[in-house]
Design a protein around this ligand. Structure first.
Ligand code: SF4
Ligand code: SF4
Length: 205
């Protein structure tokens, strides 16, 4: 029946209003900002850049591939690549962003940048107290303002962060095994080359 939802909503509101005089569980609001309701795990607001370790800039996971910049619907991400490379978490040399800006006055919190990032380098924050007196410059965030630690990421999205940590740990193990296998193969190759040169030398004499 048309309007059933409205009637149900009004009934619930009346129940909470009357009930709040006798039981605190019917209070659906808090005295913000003194009291706060913790953000739910799947809450999202604007993106931030994840870094590993203690230092933000050396630890940034972003490799400036610019996929998020290309895919962002309102085009509010701006990236410039650095000429210098740095090793990533498995020791591979990767490009890093010289400039990484997000204009959060334009961002529509769609999370597409997060979905397309192959490096788990950009995630959605739950922070919402971002009001500024400068609505243009104040809402254009650079890489220093966007960088937040993996520890922080684990606090706000624990399930998602734990799954990513596990995948990355496995990647590190695989990379270490691959490097060990390569070192062994190189050593065997060098030993074989040495022995063949010794054999060739003795035959010649
Ligand atoms: S959340 Fe959406 S709009 Fe905001 S930066 Fe990411 S892709 Fe762009
Ligand atoms: S945040 Fe991800 S998709 Fe965007 S440039 Fe960095 S690595 Fe590439």
């Amino acid at each position: 029946m048309l309007g059933t939802g409205i009637i149900k909503g009004m009934a619930q509101t009346a129940k909470n209003f009357v009930g709040s005089y006798r039981d605190e569980q019917y209070l659906t609001t808090v005295q913000y900002p003194e009291q706060r309701i913790p953000a739910k795990e799947n809450n999202r607001n604007f993106p931030f850049l994840v870094f590993d370790g203690e230092e933000a800039m050396p630890g940034l996971r972003c490799v400036a591939c610019q996929i998020c910049e290309k895919e962002c619907p309102p085009q509010c991400i701006y990236i410039e690549k650095d000429k210098n490379k740095k090793p990533d978490y498995v020791g591979k040399a990767q490009v890093q962003p010289l400039v990484f800006d997000i204009d959060i006055s334009v961002c529509m919190s769609c999370q597409i940048c997060v979905e397309v990032c192959p490096f788990d380098a950009i995630k959605m924050d739950t922070e919402f107290e971002l009001s500024q007196t400068d609505r243009f410059g104040g809402l254009l965030l650079d890489k220093h303002q966007l960088a937040k630690s993996n520890t922080y990421y684990r606090e706000i999205h624990p399930t998602e962060a734990a799954a990513i940590d596990q995948t990355r740990e496995e990647d590190v193990k695989k990379a270490a095994a691959k490097a060990a296998a390569k070192a062994k193969a190189d050593a065997e190759k060098a030993a074989a080359k040495e022995s063949s040169s010794e054999t060739g030398g003795s035959e010649a004499t």
